[in-house]
Design a protein around this ligand. Structure first.
Ligand SMILES: Nc1nc2c(c(=O)[nH]1)N[C@H]1C(S)=C(S)[C@@H](COP(=O)(O)OP(=O)(O)OC[C@H]3O[C@@H](n4cnc5c(=O)[nH]c(N)nc54)[C@H](O)[C@@H]3O)O[C@H]1N2
Ligand SMILES: Nc1nc2c(c(=O)[nH]1)N[C@H]1C(S)=C(S)[C@@H](COP(=O)(O)OP(=O)(O)OC[C@H]3O[C@@H](n4cnc5c(=O)[nH]c(N)nc54)[C@H](O)[C@@H]3O)O[C@H]1N2
Ligand SMILES: [Mo]
Length: 764
């Protein structure tokens, strides 16, 4: 039997036999379906599934500190025991410490599906129980989220308004890509992507004669078909490169002064900085060459080419996930303003092409129906990447957006739909931080390292085990997601778990509104249908939709040009910044007097490089997104496993760097620095520049607590990344700025254990 399903990486057509999903393939209507689908069957029925509620042994025994979280064994229990324990603990924490000591800002992508969204379900439940401390922002483009409102306007709107690729094909001469535009990342879009259009749209650009420049340490950040000029740049130095380009524009009179005058404010300040009037150091091409490793003549030639062409500047989100990551985006905006093409078809800048498959390719035609989260009575939040800081510094101060704020005292941590032991930086520090709360609850499908750091683990249904519908946040299709197979063993749907818990706590209806999952789905579908009708689109009723095929809707704005309205009328369509213009100097940010973010873009070298005066850690480690999976999801699926080397995550290393270390292709290597160490499988390639290594994120963290620095056996880069933020303005993660050393691992290679369940004690 075949049935449809949906995920963040596309529509799936599942082949089912009895209670098993045998395979998931792409849909015929998708021009480039994602191979990530082929992980689903193996992971869904894999050994790592959490099959029953489980409680950490020491926590259950009432001696929670006896064995550290992450190292303890588990006892499988009944749902009654698990839910009674949660109801009791929730009540205790609320009574003794208040709702602001519950942290449920559980960041993570969870799964596609409008109703069974893990965080929405948890948040609605906790909102009916007096609220919780949430998190703000994301790990993806947080520096952009925090900076852009000061200088151009809300970043999420910018992504939705990105100039379409068809416009670029028709109008651009040149696309300059800082951080490239990795096709592997366009497999995915938040909430779903029905058609992978990026390849075809890029091919159309090439056919139309658009030229591409790939400014990245990784050649493969530009698809081969683009035939891009590759300008390898040292990681974390893009700001300096952009300044070298900007300086050239100034001294060669290539700036569009008319544009700067009408549409921007603060150019004089940055001009003076670039010319070295304020600090005695001109930021010329030669200066930039010394920092970036890019030849100074090439920098000047590129600046002239950009000024002579209709040029689109793109900055990958990865470039702002670095130390002082606000600076390259601010500087890219500055550079685009100096070229004067912002708001013209095919000109200006974009932060985010290639960050997901829909940006510049598609948008949703109207807002889909949602599951209401209700209202949170607790106002407190933390910037999302301050999780360890919060847990290690209860009631401590921190700086954010010019304010001094105070961390909550998180006694109860509840995570649903995310994997911090994949996504957060400096995992050894996170392991320590996770020892501080009284209780940690994790809802998971799999025994991830996060589940292993919990006191109570709730086994939850996978998207294929519940009925829902898919509709991506920036997509134009509605996808039926009938339940394919029943949940295994004692696994339950999250909505039903909270309904039971709410009943135990005395107010089931406040959570369920008296509705079953099926009734909720019909309601959310009806809202979607009503909004469609408002837009002149007729949708079928729920039952017809659920048993039918994908519904494709039109692109709401196929010829969209970012900031065209502002360009046409800068008064009527003034930007939502203090001046109404693009702020190349921000009085607001300058007024914050921050040590790490000034009133205009400045150059600051990455921290690890500055601190490592002896050069003990000479390799810059990039840890981008994996082509074989979504983050850590489905790491135990067939496709993800097929790409590992000796069972480890592959690390790309340049032939010269490998030779000097006696490393051959396929060797198991050890990466290390002062924060941690991990094993990985060496893949020798000149697609990565010398002095850099590339280790994808998402190999399930598999610490060996008997080895030095709890060595990770599997290849999770976050044992090596630092837990410092981009700056105190936005407090964003800066994972791409990490210096490491690598050596051949000559000892017997330990087995990977994390794809198996943890040790269980006899039941109670
Ligand atoms: N070093 C480094 N680290 C990074 C990055 C980097 O570039 N470098 N990138 C960062 C970025 S951009 C991101 S977005 C993050 C991603 O980090 P996450 O979003 O945390 O990563 P995922 O692996 O998608 O984790 C989702 C988890 O939710 C679980 N899950 C899925 N569906 C459900 C559900 O319905 N219910 C429940 N309860 N659980 C479910 C999955 O099993 C999985 O464990 O990683 C960040 N980390
Ligand atoms: N297949 C797949 N696709 C995904 C995801 C996934 O897990 N799997 N995750 C999705 C998510 S949540 C996000 S946020 C996006 C992320 O999208 P991006 O942030 O664009 O992706 P990254 O892979 O982190 O970074 C892109 C590239 O930037 C380069 N880079 C890193 N640091 C620097 C630098 O300092 N300078 C320059 N010039 N280049 C640098 C790296 O070579 C890297 O390949 O991807 C999405 N797409
Ligand atoms: Mo992300």
């Amino acid at each position: 039997m075949k049935k449809l399903t949906a995920s963040h990486w596309g529509i799936g057509v599942a082949t089912i036999q009895g209670d098993r999903v045998l395979a998931v393939d792409g849909h015929d209507s998708d021009p480039a379906a994602s191979p990530i689908n082929s992980n689903i069957a193996g992971s869904l029925h894999g050994k790592a599934r959490v099959l029953r509620p489980a409680i950490r042994k020491s926590w259950l025994a009432g001696t929670p500190k006896a064995v550290a979280r992450g190292r303890d064994s588990f006892v499988e229990v009944s749902w009654d025991v698990a839910l009674d324990a949660i109801a009791q603990e929730l009540t205790r924490v609320r009574e003794q410490h208040g709702n602001s000591s519950i942290f449920a800002g559980s960041y993570g992508w969870s799964s596609a599906g409008r109703f069974h969204h893990a965080q929405s379900q948890l948040k609605r439940f906790l909102n009916t129980q007096g609220g919780f401390v949430r998190s703000e922002g994301n790990y993806s483009y947080n520096a952009a989220l925090g900076l852009m409102p000061h200088i151009v306007g809300p970043y999420r709107d910018h992504v939705a308004q990105a100039t379409r690729w068809s416009v670029i094909a028709d109008h651009s001469d040149l696309v300059v890509m800082f951080g490239g535009m990795a096709l592997r990342n366009t497999q995915v879009s938040d909430g779903g992507i029905s058609k992978h259009r990026m390849s075809d749209n890029l091919a159309a650009c090439v056919k139309a004669g658009v030229c591409f420049v790939n400014i990245s340490p990784l050649r493969s950040d530009a698809a081969d078909m683009l035939q891009a000029d590759w300008m390898p740049v040292r990681p974390g130095t893009d700001t300096a490169l952009m300044m070298g380009l900007a300086h050239t524009l100034i001294v060669e009179n290539l700036c569009d002064l008319g544009f700067l005058e009408t549409y921007t404010t603060g150019f004089d300040a940055i001009r003076s900085y670039l010319l070295g009037e304020s600090d005695g150091q001109p930021k010329d091409a030669k200066w930039a060459a010394g920092i970036t490793g890019v030849d100074d003549t090439m920098i000047r030639i590129l600046a002239r080419r950009m000024a002579a062409s209709r040029t689109m500047i793109n900055v990958a989100a990865g470039v702002q996930r670095t130390d002082f990551g606000e600076q390259p985006i601010w500087m890219a905006v500055t550079l685009a303003a100096m070229l004067g093409q912002v708001g013209l078809p095919g000109g200006g800048y974009t932060v985010g092409y290639g960050v997901n498959g829909n940006i510049g390719n598609m948008e949703r035609p109207f807002r889909w129906g949602t599951f209401s989260q209700g209202k949170n009575a607790v106002e407190d939040f933390i910037p999302v990447a301050m999780i360890s800081d919060m847990l290690l510094n209860p009631r401590g101060p921190y700086s954010f957006q010019g304010e001094t704020r105070t961390f909550p005292d998180a006694r109860l941590v509840w995570w649903a739909g995310g994997n911090p032991f994949h996504h957060h930086q400096d995992l050894n520090r996170l392991h320590d931080a996770f020892q501080t709360p009284d209780t940690v609850i994790v809802n998971e499908m799999n025994w991830t390292a996060t589940a292993r750091h919990a006191d109570i683990v709730l086994p939850v249904a996978a998207p294929q085990e519940r009925t829902d519908f898919g509709a991506g946040k920036s997509d134009n299709a509605l996808i039926p997601m009938p339940r394919l197979v029943p949940p295994p063993a004692d696994v339950r749907v999250e909505h039903d778990i909270y309904a039971d818990l709410a009943a135990r706590l005395g107010d089931a209806d406040a959570f369920t509104d008296g509705k079953t999952s099926d009734a909720w789905l019909r309601d959310i579908w009806q809202t979607t249908r009503d909004r469609a009708a408002d837009n002149g689109i007729t949708l079928p009723n729920w039952d017809v939709f659920l048993s039918g095929d994908v519904i494709d809707l039109p692109d709401p704005n196929p010829n969209q040009v970012f900031l065209a309205n502002f360009r046409a009328d800068p008064m009527a369509a003034a930007l939502p910044t203090p001046s109404g213009r693009i702020e190349l100097f921000s009085d607001t940010i300058a007024g914050f007097n921050l040590p790490d973010c000034a009133g205009h873009p400045i150059w600051q070298p990455p921290r690890d490089t500055v601190e490592d005066t002896k050069g003990a850690f000479p390799l810059a480690m990039l840890s981008g997104q994996p082509g074989t999976r979504l983050h850590s999801q489905l790491d135990n699926g067939a496709f993800s496993l097929s790409q590992k080397i000796a069972g480890r995550e592959p690390v790309l290393i340049h032939p010269h760097d490998a030779k000097g270390r006696g490393i051959k292709d396929g060797d198991v290597v050890e990466l290390f620095n002062t924060r941690g160490r991990c094993l990985a499988g060496a893949k020798i390639t000149d697609e990565v520049m010398q002095g850099c290594i590339f280790l994808c994120t998402g190999a399930w963290f598999d610490p060996d607590y008997d080895a030095p620095q709890n060595r990770d056996r599997h290849g999770n880069p976050n044992v090596l990344t630092h837990d410092l933020r981009t700056s105190s303005l936005t407090q964003s993660p800066a994972a791409h700025s990490a210096m490491v050393q690598m050596r051949l691992f000559e000892r017997p290679v330990p087995a990977i254990t994390v794809h198996d369940p943890p040790p269980f004690e006899p039941g109670i």
